[in-house]
Design a protein around this ligand. Structure first.
Ligand code: ATP
Ligand code: PRP
Ligand code: NIO
Length: 499
């Protein structure tokens, strides 16, 4: 059973918006359900005002697509839905069509853990219009959240550098799935462990933890509480020292560690959870070092995020393990990625492609037409530029990349620069082409990818913009299409006004 099925039930096919089903019904009635279509999933802006984004969620997206089928229970529910006139919303023959429906599209995707930039398709779905449309909402649910959290985690790891980071967020997460998906995505993004046991089991993530204030409160004294915990966990104790007075707490931890030492006890760490974390960690470090406990870790928690971690490190805090919850799993400062899934090409009856786009007054909201691919140029130092191009059109030899938001910003790439195309085939006619990498491999990939970005793009505050844009002839094609559509709109308006 896949992890999604373990978590929920055999069919997730109703986990979508009603309008996906009403459009599916409409396509079916129009006789265009099987028309070949191409959709792309992409986002418009890097989250957290950052310079890069970490793609995550693909394994779950693929699991979802592969399980797509409507069970009898699903169909019974759909048959119970009523239209305005109280007739069934969907006719029976359509439900019979859904009963036999399986996902048979081609899916190309950028591997999980890759760094990605606005407008780049993370997933491209090509196949029957009805199917490719139907999966919009769940694909977005999965990819938007995991990509957001993986990016937040990467930023936290950027701040924490070589220190260990543990994800502590379950209690503050957006519901049950929020906590599990966040734990997975945070691990993709670079945190080292989670306190969430089910996430540990399902996704094979290392689990770690300390104890709560209630443990200390449950005993006569703080020292009694530490001693009891120490006896139960002689090799794994991290004492939370701030229930009453932090530095007193550190002294009690040291006394207990000394008392239990003859039994083989070794204090793994102390945790600070309030107060001035710089001052307290420096003082705690002194006390521990004086007691010959230089390898006892100092863990900190308390509403931390990448900015506070960065600042604490700059202030000289002696913390070497970070427990991060709320800010990470809720992506507190930007709780949604805003990824979208747009139709970009549809085969006509004559077999030719019609490249389509969604117009918008805002340039950044006008979608890209065509069958898109992302080409990443790189040199010995790392990534140089990304170019989105239309696979269905010839590529000029001389590469010129145009910013999608400002066509006066252009970058030319010398002929012969090394490149790779980022979208890779994952499903062919709905069948998995090869096993997807496990989380450890995804993490390794993420670390390598971030390592290939220039420092100025990695920095947390006001990063430099990585050059990513549209191939110049593709940009021109899009501009012409936008102008033609606008003209058509204006003519229609004039006709309407003349009537
Ligand atoms: N030296 C520091 N520099 C910057 N931020 C810090 C520093 N020390 C702690 N913080 C952060 O300041 C924020 C505010 O902490 P706050 O004072 O509300 O907590 P507290 O009162 O010490 O703890 P609690 O309310 O849990 O008892 C927290 O996000 C904490 O991580
Ligand atoms: O602060 P976060 O990054 O979310 O990390 C998780 C928090 O959860 C626990 O707190 P608890 O539930 O006892 O609440 P409190 O410490 O905020 O009072 C723990 O002591 C951390 O402070
Ligand atoms: O193990 C911990 O210290 C922990 C776990 C969850 C939330 N806060 C702390």
């Amino acid at each position: 059973m896949t992890t999604l099925q373990q978590l929920y039930r055999s069919s997730l096919s109703l986990l979508t918006d009603l309008y996906q089903l009403t459009m599916a019904y409409g396509y079916w009635k129009e006789g265009i359900a099987e028309r070949e279509a191409v959709f792309h999933l992409y986002f418009r802006k890097a989250p957290f005002k950052g310079g890069y984004t970490v793609a995550a969620g693909l394994a779950h997206a693929v699991e979802y697509l592969q399980q797509l089928h409507f069970t009898e229970e699903d169909l019974t529910y759909l048959s119970s839905l009523r239209a305005g006139n109280n007739e069934p919303l969907f006719e029976k023959a359509f439900l019979d069509y859904l009963r036999n429906l399986r996902f048979t599209c081609d899916v190309d995707a950028i591997p999980e853990g890759s760094v990605v930039f606005p407008s780049e398709p993370l997933i491209r779905v090509r196949g029957p219009l009805l199917q490719a449309q139907l999966v919009e909402t769940p694909l977005l649910t999965i990819m938007n959240f995991q990509t957001l959290i993986a990016t937040k985690a990467a930023r936290i790891k950027e701040a924490a550098k070589d220190d260990l980071v543990s994800e502590f967020g379950m209690r503050r997460a957006q519901g049950i799935d929020g906590s599990l998906a966040a734990a997975r995505a945070a691990y993709v993004g670079g945190v080292d462990a989670t306190s969430n046991l089910l996430a540990g089991k399902l996704f094979d993530i290392p689990v770690s933890g300390t104890h709560a204030h209630s443990w200390v409160q449950a005993f006569e004294s703080e020292a009694d509480a530490f001693e009891a915990y120490g006896k139960a966990f002689p090799h794994d104790s991290i004492f939370l020292v701030d229930t009453y007075n932090t530095l007193e707490g550190v002294r009690h931890a040291i006394e207990v560690a000394k008392k239990l030492k003859p039994t083989g006890f070794k204090l793994k760490g102390i945790r600070l959870d309030s107060g001035d974390l710089t001052y307290l960690s420096i003082e705690a470090r002194k006390l521990l070092d004086e007691a010959g406990m230089a390898d006892t870790n100092i863990v900190a928690s308390n509403d931390l995020d990448e900015n506070i971690v960065s600042s604490l490190k700059q202030q000289g805090a002696r913390i070497n393990v970070w427990g991060i919850g709320t800010q990470l799993v809720t992506a507190y400062d930007q709780p949604a990625l805003g990824g979208v899934y747009k139709l970009a090409a549809l085969k006509q009856e004559n077999g030719e492609w019609n490249f389509t786009l969604k117009l918008s007054e805002q340039l950044e909201k006008t979608s890209n037409p065509g069958i898109q691919q992302v080409r990443r140029y790189y040199d010995a130092h790392g990534f140089v530029a990304d170019m989105i191009y239309n696979e269905a059109a010839p590529l000029p030899e001389k590469v010129l990349i145009v910013s999608p938001l400002d066509s006066t910003r252009r970058k030319s790439v010398p002929v012969g620069t090394a490149y790779k195309d980022l979208l890779q085939p994952v499903l062919a006619k709905g069948k998995l082409l090869h096993e997807l990498p496990d989380l450890k491999a995804i993490r390794k990939h993420r670390a390598e990818e971030i390592g290939k970005l220039h420092e100025s793009i990695r920095r947390l505050l006001n990063p430099h913009a990585y050059p990513a844009g549209l191939e110049a002839s593709f940009h021109q094609f899009k501009t012409d299409l936008v102008l033609a559509l606008r003209e058509k709109g204006e003519e229609a308006l004039k006709e309407q006004q003349a009537q």
